[in-house]
Design a protein around this ligand. Structure first.
Ligand SMILES: [Zn+2]
Length: 71
């Protein structure tokens, strides 16, 4: 088997598999939600599909969603 990047959702009490990474970009007041990152970065959180969908930005912030396109 190859290396796996499967990680659990970072939300408390959620055991679903993380499929998206949410990153807070403080300098630009942006929340970027994109495909699961393979590297752990500061201010980033791995989320399952449900929590990624429900994530909202703090007031005054904008949300950038990179949709995962199917093949
Ligand atoms: Zn979750």
């Amino acid at each position: 088997m190859g290396e796996t990047t499967t990680r659990p959702c970072d939300r408390v009490a959620c055991t679903a598999e993380a499929v998206m990474t949410l990153t807070y970009v403080y300098a630009d007041s942006m929340v970027v939600i994109g495909p699961l990152s393979t590297t752990a970065e500061p201010h980033s959180y791995d989320l399952c599909a449900r929590h990624a969908e429900r994530s909202t930005a703090p007031q005054g912030w904008q949300v950038i969603r990179h949709s995962v396109l199917g093949a």
